[in-house]
Design a binder for this molecule. Structure first.
Ligand code: LM2
Ligand code: CA
Length: 491
C-alpha cells in the first residue's frame, strides 16, 4: 500500500443569489468544483408568494422570503426535478448545496397566488397545511424598541408583517422538520436558518435536534442572528444548539472590514475575536450579503462590487485571514444611487417574470461579469476571489498568521506558515519589496494575476529563495498571493 493521497479540504462557499437550479448545476461543473468551493447557498427552494411589483420594483428578490408551502414543485429558481438534478451534479464534483431555510414565518399580506400558481390567504396555507392555530396569537408586530427590551416580542411577533409561525408547537416543528429532512434526503448538505433571531433558541433547538435525529449525517447549520450591542437577543444564546455545532453569520465581520478599508487596513493586524466577533469556530465570515449590499436587514456600511478593486482586495483579505468559514457573495447588478436605488429589484428577468439566467441560451461560458442593471455580476468568477479560494484551501492546515508586514497605512502582507503568503496594496502607488515569507524555496504563481493551467502560470512568477525571501511587486489597488498548491512547473 502506497499510502493515501492527500486531499485538499474545501473551506469556502458562495451564495448564488437568485440563480436557477439548472444554472447552478452547470456552474458547479464548470467553475465551483474546479476552483475548490465547498458549497453553494441557494435561494429558498420552496413555493413562495409571487410578487409582480413590490416596493416599486418588478419581481422583487424578497418574494422568496415569503413562503407559501414547503413544496419544491416550483420556485422562481425551478422545479423539484431540476433541484434534485442540481444537488446530484454539484455533489458529484465536490460542491455541497446549502438551502436558505425560511421557517420563522410564512407570507406577508392577506392572500395571493404562489410561484406554483396556488392560492393562499392570511393564516391560511392549505398546501402545508397551516391554519390560524399554527401562528403566534394574538398577532403583534415587532417594534424598534422591542429589540432592546423584549426578546419575547422579537421571537413571537411579526417581522415586517410576515405571518409568524408558532414554532413552539409540535405540529409546526414537525412540518418544518419534514421539509428539512426531505432536503437532506435529496442530498442537501447544510441550512442557513433565515431570521433565526426571530425564533427562540428553545424552539429552534428543538427543530434542529428533530432534523439531526432523523439523519445519518448531520447537516451543517448556520443561523442568521444579526448581532447589535445592547439588544435582548444575542448570537451566543444560540451557540449551544445542535449539540453545540451550529454556526452563526458574523455580521460584524464585513462592517469591520469596511471601516478599515475606509481608513487604514494596517489596523487589521489584530482582527478577530478580540474585536468582539464570535469565536472563529462559530462564525461565518462575509464581506457583504444579499441584504447588506442593498441596505436591507438593518443597513450598515458593507463593501460591495460597487467598490471596484477595493472589493476584490477585501475578499482577498477574508480568504487569506484565518477566521471563520468564509462566504463569497455573488450578485446580479443593481444601481445604488439616488432614485435609481434598486434595493428591491429582482434578478434579470423575461417578460413573464421568469429568471433570465447566466447560462441561458446554450452558451459555453455564462453571461457573467456584467455590472449594468440586467446583468449578472458573478463576483465568484473575479479571478482574485476565485483563486483565493484555492489559497484558503491550501493554507487551511496552518491556522495562524506570521511574517506580518505593513507600512503603517494601506499596504499589508502576511503569511500562513509554510503554506502561503499574500500582499495587499490598497494605495495608489506600486509596492515593490523583498518580503520574508515562510514558504519553501521554489517558483510560485501569483494567483491574483493568473491561473495555473497544466502546470503553467498565466500571471507573474514569484521566486522564493532558500530562507524564504521573495521580491514581490504589486500594482496600485492590487494584490499578490502565492501558495503551495500553485507552483509553477508543478502538475
Ligand atoms: C431576513 N432576515 O432576518 C432576511 O435576510 C431578509 O432578507 C428578509 O426580508 C427577512 N429575514 C424575512 O425573511 C426580506 C426583505 C423585506 C421583505 C421580506 C419579505 O428585506 O423587505 O419585506 O424579505 O419578502 C417585504 C416588503 C415589506 C413588507 C413585507 C411583507 O419589503 O415592506 O412589510 O414584504 O409584505 C409590510
Ligand atoms: Ca418568530
Amino acid at each position: 500500500c502506497a499510502g493515501h493521497a492527500q486531499t485538499t479540504p474545501r473551506t469556502a462557499f458562495v451564495h448564488l443569489l437568485e440563480w436557477k437550479w439548472t444554472d447552478i448545476a452547470k456552474e458547479c461543473e464548470a467553475h465551483l468544483g474546479p476552483k475548490g468551493f465547498a458549497a453553494v447557498q441557494v435561494s429558498p427552494p420552496n413555493e413562495h408568494n409571487w410578487v409582480s411589483v413590490g416596493d416599486g420594483a418588478p419581481f422583487p428578490w424578497w418574494m422568496r422570503y415569503q413562503p407559501v408551502s414547503y413544496s419544491l414543485d416550483r420556485s422562481r429558481s425551478g422545479t423539484r426535478a431540476e433541484f434534485v438534478n442540481m444537488v446530484q451534479r454539484c455533489n458529484a464534483v465536490g460542491v455541497g448545496i446549502y438551502v436558505d431555510a425560511v421557517i420563522n414565518h410564512m407570507s406577508g399580506g392577506n392572500g395571493g397566488t404562489s410561484s406554483a400558481g396556488n392560492g393562499w390567504g392570511h393564516h391560511s396555507y392549505p398546501r402545508v397545511p397551516y391554519g390560524s392555530n399554527d401562528f403566534h396569537q394574538p398577532v403583534c408586530g415587532i417594534g424598534d424598541a422591542d429589540y432592546r427590551s423584549d426578546a419575547g416580542r422579537v421571537w413571537g411577533c411579526e417581522l415586517s408583517g410576515l405571518q409568524d409561525l408558532n414554532t413552539g408547537s409540535p405540529y409546526v416543528q414537525g412540518k418544518i422538520a419534514d421539509y428539512l429532512v426531505d432536503l437532506a434526503n435529496i442530498g442537501v448538505k447544510g441550512f442557513r436558518v433565515d431570521a433565526a433571531k426571530h425564533i427562540s433558541p428553545g424552539d429552534l433547538g428543538a427543530i434542529i435536534s428533530a432534523v439531526n435525529g432523523r439523519l445519518a449525517t448531520k447537516p451543517y447549520w448556520y443561523l442568521e442572528v444579526i448581532q447589535a450591542d445592547g439588544e435582548a437577543v444575542q448570537p451566543n444564546q444560540y451557540f449551544g444548539l445542535g449539540d453545540g455545532l451550529v454556526n452563526v453569520l458574523e455580521f460584524k465581520y464585513g462592517s469591520s472590514v469596511a471601516s478599515k478599508f475606509s481608513g487604514r487596513i494596517s489596523e487589521l493586524k489584530t482582527f478577530g475575536e478580540s474585536w468582539g466577533l464570535s469565536p472563529s469556530s462559530k462564525g461565518v465570515a462575509f464581506i457583504d450579503n444579499h441584504d447588506k449590499q442593498r441596505g436591507h436587514g438593518g443597513g450598515g456600511t458593507y463593501m460591495t462590487y460597487h467598490w471596484g478593486a477595493q472589493y476584490d482586495l477585501a475578499n482577498v483579505f477574508m480568504l487569506a485571514w484565518p477566521y471563520g468559514y468564509p462566504q463569497v457573495m455573488s450578485s446580479y447588478a443593481f444601481n445604488n444611487s439616488g432614485t435609481l436605488y434598486d434595493s428591491s429589484y429582482g434578478p434579470p428577468y423575461n417578460s413573464d417574470g421568469s429568471t433570465k439566467g447566466p447560462w441561458d441560451g446554450g452558451v459555453t461560458t455564462p453571461a457573467c461579469l456584467n455590472q449594468t442593471r440586467g446583468g449578472w455580476v458573478c463576483e465568484h468568477r473575479f479571478r482574485p476571489i476565485a483563486n483565493m479560494v484555492g489559497f484558503r484551501n491550501a493554507t487551511a492546515a496552518n491556522w495562524t498568521v506570521n511574517n506580518w508586514w505593513d507600512n503603517g497605512n494601506n499596504q499589508i502582507a502576511f503569511g500562513r506558515g509554510d503554506k502561503g503568503f499574500v500582499v495587499i496594496n490598497k494605495e495608489a502607488s506600486t509596492l515593490s519589496r523583498s518580503f520574508q515569507t515562510g514558504l519553501p524555496a521554489g517558483q510560485y504563481c501569483d494567483v491574483i494575476g493568473g491561473d495555473v493551467v497544466n502546470g503553467v502560470c498565466g500571471g507573474n512568477l514569484v521566486t522564493v529563495a532558500s530562507g524564504g525571501m521573495a521580491n514581490i511587486t504589486v500594482a496600485a489597488f492590487s494584490a499578490a498571493a502565492i501558495h503551495v498548491n500553485a507552483k509553477s512547473g508543478s502538475t
